[in-house]
Write a protein that binds this ligand. Sequence first.
Ligand code: SF4
Length: 724
Amino acid sequence: MTDGARSATPPGLTPREVATHCPYCALQCGMTLRADDAGVTVHPREFPTNRGGLCQKGWTAAELLDHPDRLTTPLVRDAATGELHPASWDTALDRVVAGIRAVQHDAGRDAVAVFGGGGLTNEKAYALGKFARIGLRTRHIDYNGRFCMSSAAAAGMRAFGIDRGLPFPLADLGRADTLLLVGANPAETMPPLVRWLTEQRRNGGKLIVIDPRVTATARQADLHLQPLPGTDLAVANALLHIALTEGWVDRDYVADRTTGFDAVRRGVAAWWPARAEQLSGVPVADLEATARALGTGGRVIILTARGAEQHAKGVDTVTAYVNLALALGLPGRDGSGYGCLTGQGNGQGGREHGQKADQLPGYRRIDDPVAREHVAGVWGVPADELPGPGVPAYQLLDSLGTPGGPRALLVFGSNPVVSAPRAARIEGRLRDLDLLVVADLLLSETAALADVVLPTAQWAEEDGTMTNLEGRVLRRRALRPPPPGVRTDLAIISDLAARLADAESTDVDPSDANPTSARPAAVAAARFPADPAAVFAELRRASAGGAADYAGISWDRIDADDGVYWPCPTEDGPDTPRLFADRFATADGRARFHPVDHRPAAEEVCATYPLHFTTGRVLAQYQSGAQTRRVAALRRAAPEAFVELHPDLATRLGIDDGDPVRVTSRRGEFRAPARLSAGIRPDTVFAPFHYAGAGRANSVTNDAVDPISGMPEFKICAVRVEKA
Ligand code: SF4
């Protein structure tokens, strides 16, 4: 137990413990939380995914429960002084409702937007989507999951007809003869997963990593391909080219279970290995060795992550690896397949229940008339009252406060001031709003800009469900109630809905002294329950029949079975640990090939900005760092941003290890100490994106987005680096 895992015992709490899961990443490691005289402590728990392992972030998660920075009262900005001041909940919520009403009165329903997060529970994601559509009646809702894995989601949808990160249990990794990781660094992002990689290699399997950096994961690989950032797609096409040439394509599988292969075959014909080497820098011999391991292995798994996805061609890049997997006959084959390593804690569930701009619960499309009828029926409103699709996250953020764009924004569980690309521009957009409301447990960099800050409960203070990277639905259990003055997100949504309904009814029909129905506030409060069990019960009905069908998943069943895999349509029927054994989720049951070709990054290097810049994560920090930067042990381990560069490049630039350097792109600059490493290409520099202020890496990243997924190009832009 580390010191960082301890926090003061809440007064009056009797010793007790709960089995729950880590609040951070999508591995959702099982842990036991215990409250006793020593405080709240974290204990590893045997669970099928983490098998008793936790990383430093999980071990120290309880430190935030009673952290001195914890918000325990709403804050409202004083118009005269411009300062945030403590306020009562009534004052804060009245200010929010008055602001929403003023903006919608002036500029229409869509002038209010909602921005959610991939860390919210399924219940919150569902309630937030519903609140936007029938509480605020705005089309503008999206979430930070767009920044995380929307490209893999889109690629999965178009190939398989369904988007579940891993279509098989994580344990399959340990049995793979060949495992290819593309742009994934689980040794730093989710260390307990490495146990599966170790097991895989102990069983004689081969681990191959594609990454521009020699990461902690790449160091464990049997073979590391180190391509130039932005060339993963060409590498995939070359691998398929070799597989075709060598006769490793599974022609029976392609004929029986897929469509569209001919166009892909013609496309990859142009990607002979030497051409791919010239573009990517990956030697032909390594391409051939990789193709051989994939094409001749028994059980073969290909996994992509942010390195492949966070590009303006992220959907096509992931598609290229899906094409490769399909050509080799992997998806649906026992012990084999293609999958995506989801990042955020509820990155999977967060994109299934309606906080995406184009989506309704159950992974339904909001422009599908049948889906609208079903969900509207569950919500008790006419289908034609549901708004249409909104716009993806970056487009939404970039339109805030602009003519025709939203003028009010409600943020739940997100910190775009640090996590959005071209962050200074987004910070400016947030400042231009008439009303910014942020619900958070700490004064994040985004909350610090808000007109109203609403203090919310933490993971150990509320019940709910999360869906991990395998599509396994898990229970989050409350150890204790929120501290006085703090409310859950569901309670906030419920209260806001009630106040809005009340205010609207007064506005619309002030002379009606004889209302025929119950008070609108009471109706709205009942429609938006604060009880997570009630929300989950409704979510199950809303998702029934959809792609992500939770209808048969009860909290009791989750407790009994170590989680339940969706789809699970009936309580007495099976869940679905493995997808695609017999058919894909397309109309004809066949997977779809899509021809994709390399194209340059949205911004290429030039004389002024001669270096490639790429971002990523470090072990001790999580996402925007708003939480983990406040945990003492994590701060000690990774206190500040750094700029990783090759010693040869550093020599050329006159930079020594530890020197302060400035990284500049067309969009801005950030400063951080240099960290020299022979593990990065001499033409590329890297920085972690978890830090704010002068070290904010997203000050320079490119806001070009993928045309299909809307995912920004975090992984490559052009910069120059100088000693600061
Ligand atoms: S951050 Fe991820 S890997 Fe670390 S303990 Fe939490 S769930 Fe597990």
